[in-house]
Write a protein that binds this ligand. Structure first.
Ligand code: UDP
Length: 238
Protein backbone atom coordinates (compact mmCIF):
# COMPACT_ATOMS: atom_id res chain seq x y z
CA UNK A 1 0.00 0.00 0.00
CA UNK A 2 1.56 3.24 -1.14
CA UNK A 3 -0.56 5.26 1.31
CA UNK A 4 -1.24 8.25 -0.89
CA UNK A 5 -3.69 10.77 0.49
CA UNK A 6 -3.74 13.20 -2.41
CA UNK A 7 -2.50 12.70 -5.95
CA UNK A 8 -2.38 14.55 -9.23
CA UNK A 9 -3.11 12.62 -12.41
CA UNK A 10 -1.82 13.96 -15.72
CA UNK A 11 -3.53 12.58 -18.82
CA UNK A 12 -2.61 13.63 -22.33
CA UNK A 13 -5.34 14.67 -24.70
CA UNK A 14 -4.41 11.58 -26.68
CA UNK A 15 -5.91 9.36 -23.97
CA UNK A 16 -9.35 10.75 -24.84
CA UNK A 17 -8.93 10.29 -28.56
CA UNK A 18 -9.17 6.55 -29.09
CA UNK A 19 -7.61 5.05 -32.20
CA UNK A 20 -7.85 8.13 -34.38
CA UNK A 21 -5.48 10.23 -32.15
CA UNK A 22 -7.75 13.18 -32.88
CA UNK A 23 -10.87 14.58 -31.28
CA UNK A 24 -12.83 13.00 -28.47
CA UNK A 25 -13.92 9.37 -28.48
CA UNK A 26 -16.83 8.95 -26.06
CA UNK A 27 -15.89 5.34 -25.29
CA UNK A 28 -12.31 6.30 -24.41
CA UNK A 29 -13.55 9.06 -22.13
CA UNK A 30 -15.87 6.56 -20.42
CA UNK A 31 -12.99 4.10 -19.94
CA UNK A 32 -10.84 6.84 -18.47
CA UNK A 33 -13.67 7.94 -16.16
CA UNK A 34 -14.05 4.35 -14.93
CA UNK A 35 -10.34 4.12 -14.14
CA UNK A 36 -10.43 7.41 -12.26
CA UNK A 37 -13.69 6.74 -10.42
CA UNK A 38 -12.33 3.41 -9.11
CA UNK A 39 -9.49 5.29 -7.45
CA UNK A 40 -11.78 8.10 -6.24
CA UNK A 41 -13.99 5.45 -4.59
CA UNK A 42 -11.03 4.33 -2.49
CA UNK A 43 -11.06 7.74 -0.78
CA UNK A 44 -7.91 9.19 -2.29
CA UNK A 45 -8.16 12.87 -3.14
CA UNK A 46 -7.58 13.38 -6.86
CA UNK A 47 -6.67 16.36 -8.98
CA UNK A 48 -6.48 15.88 -12.74
CA UNK A 49 -4.69 17.87 -15.43
CA UNK A 50 -5.81 17.03 -18.95
CA UNK A 51 -3.79 17.91 -22.06
CA UNK A 52 -5.16 19.14 -25.35
CA UNK A 53 -2.97 17.51 -27.98
CA UNK A 54 -5.93 15.55 -29.41
CA UNK A 55 -7.47 18.87 -30.47
CA UNK A 56 -4.74 21.46 -30.83
CA UNK A 57 -1.02 21.79 -30.19
CA UNK A 58 0.46 25.26 -30.14
CA UNK A 59 3.97 24.30 -31.24
CA UNK A 60 2.69 22.47 -34.31
CA UNK A 61 0.49 25.39 -35.34
CA UNK A 62 3.35 27.85 -34.77
CA UNK A 63 5.52 25.72 -37.06
CA UNK A 64 2.96 26.47 -39.76
CA UNK A 65 3.52 30.18 -39.21
CA UNK A 66 0.70 30.84 -36.81
CA UNK A 67 1.47 33.31 -34.05
CA UNK A 68 2.77 31.14 -31.18
CA UNK A 69 0.98 32.92 -28.38
CA UNK A 70 -2.37 32.75 -30.19
CA UNK A 71 -1.75 29.09 -30.97
CA UNK A 72 -0.98 28.38 -27.33
CA UNK A 73 -4.18 30.14 -26.27
CA UNK A 74 -6.04 27.83 -28.63
CA UNK A 75 -4.22 24.83 -27.15
CA UNK A 76 -5.25 25.87 -23.65
CA UNK A 77 -8.87 26.21 -24.77
CA UNK A 78 -8.60 22.67 -26.14
CA UNK A 79 -7.72 21.44 -22.65
CA UNK A 80 -10.92 23.06 -21.36
CA UNK A 81 -12.98 21.10 -23.91
CA UNK A 82 -11.29 17.87 -22.78
CA UNK A 83 -11.78 18.76 -19.11
CA UNK A 84 -15.51 19.26 -19.63
CA UNK A 85 -15.77 15.93 -21.46
CA UNK A 86 -14.03 14.16 -18.58
CA UNK A 87 -16.14 15.98 -15.99
CA UNK A 88 -19.33 14.87 -17.70
CA UNK A 89 -18.19 11.23 -17.83
CA UNK A 90 -17.05 11.28 -14.19
CA UNK A 91 -20.30 12.76 -12.96
CA UNK A 92 -22.20 10.07 -14.84
CA UNK A 93 -20.29 7.64 -12.66
CA UNK A 94 -21.26 9.54 -9.53
CA UNK A 95 -17.95 11.32 -8.91
CA UNK A 96 -18.55 14.92 -7.82
CA UNK A 97 -16.22 16.97 -9.98
CA UNK A 98 -15.26 20.59 -10.38
CA UNK A 99 -13.42 22.08 -13.32
CA UNK A 100 -11.18 25.03 -12.51
CA UNK A 101 -9.68 26.90 -15.43
CA UNK A 102 -6.48 28.94 -15.37
CA UNK A 103 -8.17 31.17 -17.98
CA UNK A 104 -11.38 32.60 -16.54
CA UNK A 105 -14.52 31.32 -18.21
CA UNK A 106 -17.18 32.02 -15.63
CA UNK A 107 -20.18 30.66 -17.52
CA UNK A 108 -18.46 27.34 -18.13
CA UNK A 109 -16.38 26.50 -15.07
CA UNK A 110 -14.78 27.94 -11.96
CA UNK A 111 -11.66 30.07 -12.18
CA UNK A 112 -8.54 28.51 -10.67
CA UNK A 113 -8.40 29.55 -7.02
CA UNK A 114 -5.90 27.56 -4.99
CA UNK A 115 -7.69 27.68 -1.66
CA UNK A 116 -11.00 26.79 -3.22
CA UNK A 117 -9.42 23.88 -5.06
CA UNK A 118 -7.91 22.63 -1.79
CA UNK A 119 -11.31 22.83 -0.14
CA UNK A 120 -12.89 20.81 -2.96
CA UNK A 121 -10.23 18.13 -2.56
CA UNK A 122 -10.72 18.01 1.21
CA UNK A 123 -14.44 17.51 0.60
CA UNK A 124 -13.63 14.63 -1.76
CA UNK A 125 -14.59 16.52 -4.87
CA UNK A 126 -12.34 15.68 -7.77
CA UNK A 127 -10.82 18.80 -9.31
CA UNK A 128 -9.91 18.99 -12.99
CA UNK A 129 -7.42 21.77 -13.64
CA UNK A 130 -8.08 23.14 -17.11
CA UNK A 131 -6.22 25.58 -19.39
CA UNK A 132 -2.78 24.40 -18.29
CA UNK A 133 -0.79 27.05 -16.46
CA UNK A 134 -2.77 29.82 -18.20
CA UNK A 135 0.44 30.94 -19.91
CA UNK A 136 1.75 30.39 -23.42
CA UNK A 137 5.08 28.57 -23.97
CA UNK A 138 4.22 26.00 -21.31
CA UNK A 139 2.78 22.52 -21.49
CA UNK A 140 0.20 20.66 -19.47
CA UNK A 141 3.04 18.52 -18.04
CA UNK A 142 4.39 21.63 -16.37
CA UNK A 143 0.85 22.58 -15.33
CA UNK A 144 0.55 19.14 -13.70
CA UNK A 145 3.81 19.60 -11.75
CA UNK A 146 2.70 23.11 -10.77
CA UNK A 147 -0.75 22.08 -9.52
CA UNK A 148 0.69 19.02 -7.76
CA UNK A 149 3.06 21.38 -5.94
CA UNK A 150 0.37 23.92 -5.10
CA UNK A 151 -2.04 21.24 -3.88
CA UNK A 152 0.63 19.50 -1.80
CA UNK A 153 0.11 16.20 -3.62
CA UNK A 154 1.99 13.09 -2.46
CA UNK A 155 2.63 12.01 -6.04
CA UNK A 156 2.24 13.02 -9.66
CA UNK A 157 0.95 10.19 -11.83
CA UNK A 158 1.75 10.57 -15.48
CA UNK A 159 -0.52 8.42 -17.63
CA UNK A 160 1.06 7.32 -20.91
CA UNK A 161 0.63 4.68 -23.60
CA UNK A 162 3.38 2.50 -22.16
CA UNK A 163 4.10 0.96 -18.77
CA UNK A 164 6.97 3.22 -17.74
CA UNK A 165 10.03 5.10 -18.91
CA UNK A 166 12.26 3.56 -21.60
CA UNK A 167 15.59 4.72 -22.99
CA UNK A 168 14.01 4.83 -26.48
CA UNK A 169 10.48 4.68 -27.89
CA UNK A 170 9.49 1.01 -27.27
CA UNK A 171 7.11 1.12 -30.26
CA UNK A 172 10.02 1.88 -32.58
CA UNK A 173 12.94 0.25 -30.77
CA UNK A 174 11.89 -3.27 -29.72
CA UNK A 175 14.86 -3.82 -27.40
CA UNK A 176 14.54 -0.47 -25.62
CA UNK A 177 15.46 -0.69 -21.92
CA UNK A 178 12.75 -0.04 -19.35
CA UNK A 179 13.55 1.58 -15.99
CA UNK A 180 11.87 0.69 -12.69
CA UNK A 181 13.28 3.69 -10.89
CA UNK A 182 15.05 6.85 -11.97
CA UNK A 183 16.45 9.93 -10.31
CA UNK A 184 15.13 13.31 -11.50
CA UNK A 185 18.69 14.23 -12.40
CA UNK A 186 19.09 11.16 -14.59
CA UNK A 187 15.89 11.94 -16.50
CA UNK A 188 17.19 15.43 -17.19
CA UNK A 189 20.78 14.42 -17.94
CA UNK A 190 19.79 11.58 -20.29
CA UNK A 191 17.03 13.68 -21.85
CA UNK A 192 14.58 10.82 -21.44
CA UNK A 193 11.63 12.96 -22.57
CA UNK A 194 9.00 11.44 -20.35
CA UNK A 195 7.87 14.92 -19.34
CA UNK A 196 9.39 18.24 -20.27
CA UNK A 197 12.37 19.50 -18.31
CA UNK A 198 10.48 22.27 -16.51
CA UNK A 199 7.94 19.73 -15.18
CA UNK A 200 10.72 17.43 -13.93
CA UNK A 201 12.59 20.34 -12.37
CA UNK A 202 9.49 21.59 -10.55
CA UNK A 203 8.64 18.12 -9.22
CA UNK A 204 12.23 17.72 -8.06
CA UNK A 205 12.28 21.09 -6.34
CA UNK A 206 9.12 20.20 -4.44
CA UNK A 207 10.13 16.59 -3.83
CA UNK A 208 7.09 15.10 -5.56
CA UNK A 209 7.65 11.60 -6.95
CA UNK A 210 6.49 11.04 -10.54
CA UNK A 211 4.96 7.65 -11.39
CA UNK A 212 4.78 6.83 -15.09
CA UNK A 213 2.29 4.12 -16.05
CA UNK A 214 -0.04 2.99 -18.83
CA UNK A 215 -3.60 4.28 -18.77
CA UNK A 216 -4.54 1.83 -21.51
CA UNK A 217 -4.35 -1.13 -19.15
CA UNK A 218 -7.63 -1.83 -17.42
CA UNK A 219 -7.34 -1.28 -13.64
CA UNK A 220 -3.79 0.02 -14.12
CA UNK A 221 -4.33 3.35 -12.40
CA UNK A 222 -5.80 1.73 -9.26
CA UNK A 223 -2.92 -0.77 -9.10
CA UNK A 224 -0.28 1.93 -9.38
CA UNK A 225 -1.93 3.96 -6.63
CA UNK A 226 -1.80 0.84 -4.41
CA UNK A 227 1.91 0.52 -5.19
CA UNK A 228 1.31 -2.53 -7.40
CA UNK A 229 1.43 -3.09 -11.13
CA UNK A 230 4.01 -1.77 -13.55
CA UNK A 231 5.30 1.76 -13.43
CA UNK A 232 8.52 3.74 -13.34
CA UNK A 233 9.05 5.91 -10.31
CA UNK A 234 11.09 9.08 -10.69
CA UNK A 235 12.25 10.59 -7.43
CA UNK A 236 15.34 11.80 -5.60
CA UNK A 237 16.24 8.30 -4.41
CA UNK A 238 16.82 6.69 -7.81
N1 UDP B 1 -0.59 25.10 -23.46
C1 UDP B 1 -0.06 26.34 -23.11
N2 UDP B 1 0.25 26.57 -21.79
C2 UDP B 1 0.08 25.64 -20.81
C3 UDP B 1 -0.44 24.37 -21.18
C4 UDP B 1 -0.75 24.13 -22.50
O1 UDP B 1 0.11 27.21 -23.94
O2 UDP B 1 0.37 25.93 -19.64
C5 UDP B 1 -1.02 24.86 -24.86
C6 UDP B 1 0.12 24.49 -25.81
O3 UDP B 1 -0.15 25.09 -27.05
C7 UDP B 1 -0.03 22.99 -25.91
C8 UDP B 1 -1.53 22.79 -25.85
O4 UDP B 1 -1.95 23.81 -24.91
O5 UDP B 1 0.48 22.49 -27.13
C9 UDP B 1 -2.00 21.44 -25.39
O6 UDP B 1 -1.29 21.02 -24.25
P1 UDP B 1 -0.25 19.78 -24.28
O7 UDP B 1 0.51 19.81 -25.58
O8 UDP B 1 0.53 19.83 -23.02
O9 UDP B 1 -1.26 18.55 -24.29
P2 UDP B 1 -0.96 16.97 -24.26
O10 UDP B 1 0.28 16.72 -25.08
O11 UDP B 1 -0.77 16.56 -22.85
O12 UDP B 1 -2.20 16.37 -24.86
Amino acid sequence: MAGYKRILLKVSGEALAGGASFGIDAERVKDLAREVSDVAASGIQIGVVVGGGNIFRGVAAAAQKMDRVTADHMGMLATVINSLALQSALEQRGVTTRVQSAISMQAVCEPYIRRRALRHLEKRRLVIFAAGTGNPFFTTDTAAALRASEMGCDALLKATKVDGVYDADPYRVPDATRFDRLDYREVLARDLRVMDASAIALARENDIPILVFSIFESGGFARVVRGEGRYTIIDGKG
